[in-house]
Design a protein around this ligand. Sequence first.
Ligand code: DGT
Ligand code: MG
Length: 240
Amino acid sequence: RPLKGAVEFRQVGFRYPDSDVNVLSDISFSARAGETLAIMGSTGSGKTSLLGLIPRLYEADEGAVLVDGIDNRKMELETLRRQIGYVPQEIMLFSGTVAENISWGKRDASLDEIKDAAKRAQIHETIMKLPLQYDTVIGQKGVNLSGGQKQRLSIARALVRKPAILLLDDCTSALDVRTESALLAELKDLSCTILLVTQKISSTANADTILLMDDGRLLASGSHHELMQNSLLYQRIYES
Ligand code: DGT
Ligand code: MG
């Protein structure tokens, strides 16, 4: 089976329907299937907006977003979204068991599949320490989880669907460097395409390409090595 999950932006421009200012302008980049792309940039620079165009939460106004070479506006929404795992910046868990929360996007997931996703997301061991393990109720009516535990649960939820494309919107921010790098190594193993929004330079080490955004534009892109040579801004972020 050929690897799927290539993502390409071709001169993408985008404004929210209720606004007439572009929040993204002339964005072009590509990620081959199986590659990891890290997206950095200050708050409000357009990182979340960029990710949202891939599963078509919104559509590009200019240019095109291609998934495996096909303009995603020409794809059936369900077909498009089936291959994408999206972990939003605002984690949304509901009051239910751990297993129910993980299998939320794939109701027919078996307990083995749920556990496998949890292991990869580095949350299995935490779950095994809960009173009823995978049957523990979390949320308002149950056990409270820390920010980093919620983030990993929500990553497990995306993984259980075995996506070809995984979109991670700043959802490793509460993880320590060791847990995060164990997680990223596991994800690399899945050979899905990963777009990882992050504020932490430590997360970009494993990325094939890093995009540096500012005010809706792509300031620089390249490998860590290339950006260290060519981008003063990247050097500054790295040294800070
Ligand atoms: P973050 O998460 O704080 O690091 O910021 P980003 O980089 O994820 O930025 P993003 O994409 O949320 O916002 C980019 C710009 O778009 C910013 O000026 C706020 C604006 N914006 C975001 N969401 C909406 C929306 O739903 N409607 C409108 N009109 N504007 C929005
Ligand atoms: Mg954001």
